[in-house]
Ligand binder design. Structure first.
Ligand SMILES: Cc1ncc(CO)c(N)n1
Length: 232
């Protein structure tokens, strides 16, 4: 009975997704994602996103490693470490994929200059690496970051979408079911920890969740940055 109640119970993160559904849709249904889904995407925007995201993914490796370290030190459930380790392990393949994809599109990754929105997001993640940041807060940020990509790209793969063939592989990278399952595992961890966390930590995690959504919107916005918009 208790178990049954537990599976039916709405987690804190699920409540936030409802409460902040406008902000969440802003991050997961951005015009850039719509343009991929409608097949109207401007390829220079796609290339700009690709180069910027390569820089971001590289910069997020130490952040994810810090979440792994927090899980190892603080978690009451050893399966957390395995879930996060899965995320760490995926980076190798992901970075190799970026290199392959960049050469397909003639994007020179060594010449990518990170734009300000990217730098700001990376330093936000760096601030969450501090040992003062609770594991609960850090895993919430990590869950949100991965979930925005999962939800956005899965949207481009839905039956009624018109995603160009040459962009499907990109969408599948984050929109595939395995990545979806991984995001659900992160969500369960976040819900379990938030359930036990003191109120101030829950509030901090909610703020961090909302900030991730804002940074994600700014990140997508970079895709349509013109040269004159380098300050974005
Ligand atoms: C900006 C951004 N957010 C989330 C992800 C998912 O890892 C990514 N690759 N890039």
């Amino acid at each position: 009975m208790e178990k049954h109640e537990k599976t039916n119970k709405m987690g804190i993160v699920d409540k936030w997704l409802k409460k902040h559904s406008v902000a969440y849709s802003g991050a997961t249904r951005h015009p850039f994602i719509h343009s991929i889904r409608h097949g109207t995407v401007d390829l220079s925007s796609f290339k700009r996103w690709l180069g910027q995201d390569y820089v971001f993914v590289r910069a997020s490796v130490p952040f994810v490693a810090s979440v792994l370290l927090k899980a190892w030190k603080e978690s009451d459930d050893s399966s957390d470490v395995e879930v996060i380790l899965g995320g760490v392990a995926a980076f190798n393949d992901e970075l190799a994929w970026f290199k392959k994809e960049a050469s397909k599109w003639d994007v020179s990754l060594s010449d990518v200059v990170p734009l300000n929105a990217n730098l700001r997001y990376c330093s936000f993640l760096e601030s969450l690496m501090s040992s003062d940041i609770e594991y609960t807060v850090a895993i919430t940020a990590f869950w949100a970051c991965e979930t925005v990509y999962q939800d956005s790209f899965a949207h481009c793969l839905e039956d009624n979408s018109n995603t160009p063939e040459e962009l499907r592989e990109t969408c599948e990278r984050w929109g595939n079911d395995g990545f979806g399952q991984y995001c659900l595992s992160l969500r369960e961890i976040a819900n379990r920890l938030l359930d036990k966390a003191p109120a101030d930590v829950v509030s901090k995690a909610e703020v961090v969740f909302l900030r991730v959504l804002e940074y994600e919107v700014e990140f997508w916005n970079m895709s349509h940055a013109e040269t004159s918009g380098l300050t974005l």
